[in-house]
Design a protein around this ligand. Structure first.
Ligand SMILES: Cc1cc2nc3c(=O)[nH]c(=O)nc-3n(C[C@H](O)[C@H](O)[C@H](O)COP(=O)(O)OP(=O)(O)OC[C@H]3O[C@@H](n4cnc5c(N)ncnc54)[C@H](O)[C@@H]3O)c2cc1C
Length: 344
């Protein structure tokens, strides 16, 4: 019988697992709680604008990964030529003296990458299907959604939701083995940053020499502010769209602010930083609260080995140890290869 693999989560790492298994005799099924795939590599389309409000761009100098990326979405690649500059605690902006490595997104936004990788596979994708609980039997893994519907049985299970959510799934699993607790504790111990992303749109062009400003010493309330109009065809001519990411402390403190208060406060912070009073008054705004934005450590290798003894694998930026799109993809590809080896 053809072996079966269930992947919880269709972010870039879950898609990477499916991509790595695309030529193997394996049935891969992805379960994604959202309406769309690609997770935190997220793009929205509004009033003629395309904007990346999670991961803002891809950047890697890893040849192995560049080879994979060269095979997909090449025609849609949108290079960002303007540099990233820095600012300090009091908002003084400096040209960065760091070498500016190539960075890019895609014509349909960063989410296009995951969609195109997925299109290369035969994987079955169940969207709007949240895996709420898991059962481990002697034969395999079963998943259940919120209404109690059973999705199973699978020979191998791959978990890709952010670590706290993956730890919850392991913690609540019907699985009688002492390793369950150890694996859960290791996953649960990975710390995360919370980040609010605020999108500010203006009906005028902002004339600056940089693509983005980053607070490298992590002392300002704003950590990142980028101009989506630097991405070709993402913003109509004569308009400007800023993506502003707030520091974890600021984000936690303002997590429950209402939308208008949030937009007003962030527009004011942005106007001060960029040095243009007009920015206090966007004509529309949007936002996203990322409770689990980026991990600050990686999964212990022992936990990975322990899990594999039970046909359980983990993939994602929290396995890699850093919140980076290319690392999440690499983790998914490597995990897919590990799964293939275990089934051969
Ligand atoms: C604000 C922000 C800015 C960033 N900027 C950059 C950047 O500029 N460059 C860069 O390289 N990286 C950046 N990153 C990091 C990058 O987005 C992530 O590292 C990467 O997208 C993680 O992919 P993943 O597959 O590991 O996780 P995710 O993308 O989180 O995928 C996990 C998926 O699992 C799904 N899921 C969760 N629980 C369940 C469940 N129970 N059942 C079914 N599905 C479930 C989720 O909906 C999600 O789609 C940024 C992240 C954020 C939040």
């Amino acid at each position: 019988m053809t072996p079966s693999v269930a992947v919880v989560g269709a972010g870039i790492s879950g898609i990477g697992v499916a991509y790595a298994l695309r030529d193997d005799d394996v049935d891969v099924t992805l379960f994604e709680q959202g309406r769309e795939v690609s997770g935190r590599a997220a793009t929205r389309y509004k009033q003629g604008c395309t904007y990346d409000y999670g991961a803002n761009y891809v950047r890697t100098e890893d040849d192995w990964l560049l080879d994979v990326l060269d095979n997909v979405a090449q025609s849609g690649r949108v290079d960002i030529d303007e540099p990233v500059w820095t600012f300090d605690e009091i908002g003084t902006i400096s040209e960065s003296d760091r070498e500016q490595a190539a960075k890019w997104t895609y014509a349909d936004g960063i989410a296009q990458l995951g969609k195109e990788l997925l299109a290369e596979t035969d994987a079955t994708v169940h969207r709007e299907t949240r895996v709420a609980s898991l059962v481990r039997t002697g034969d395999g893994w079963y998943g259940y959604d919120g209404s109690g519907r059973e999705w199973g049985e699978y020979d191998v299970l791959v978990l890709t939701p952010p670590a706290p959510q993956s730890a919850d799934l392991i913690g609540s699993a019907e699985w009688q083995h002492p390793h369950r607790r150890r694996i859960r504790e290791q996953i649960e111990s990975i710390p995360y940053r919370t980040v609010i992303s605020v999108v500010l749109h203006y009906p005028f062009e902002l004339d600056r020499d940089y693509f983005a400003l980053v607070n490298e010493d992590k002392t300002h309330d704003v950590w990142w502010c980028s101009r989506e109009e630097c991405k070709q065809d993402h913003v109509p001519d004569g308009e400007s769209l800023l993506v502003v990411q707030l520091s974890p402390d600021w984000s936690a403190e303002h997590f429950h602010d209402d939308a208008t208060t949030l937009a007003d406060e962030v527009a004011s912070l942005t106007a001060d930083l960029v040095g243009d009073d007009r920015l206090t008054d966007p004509d529309w705004h949007d936002f996203q609260h990322w409770r689990y934005a980026q991990p600050e450590a990686g999964l212990d290798v022992d936990a990975t080995k322990l899990a594999a003894q039970h046909d359980l694998y983990c993939a994602g930026d929290w396995v890699a140890g850093r919140g980076r799109l290319h690392l999440a993809l690499k983790s998914g590809l490597e995990t897919g290869a590990d799964v293939a080896r275990s089934l051969s």
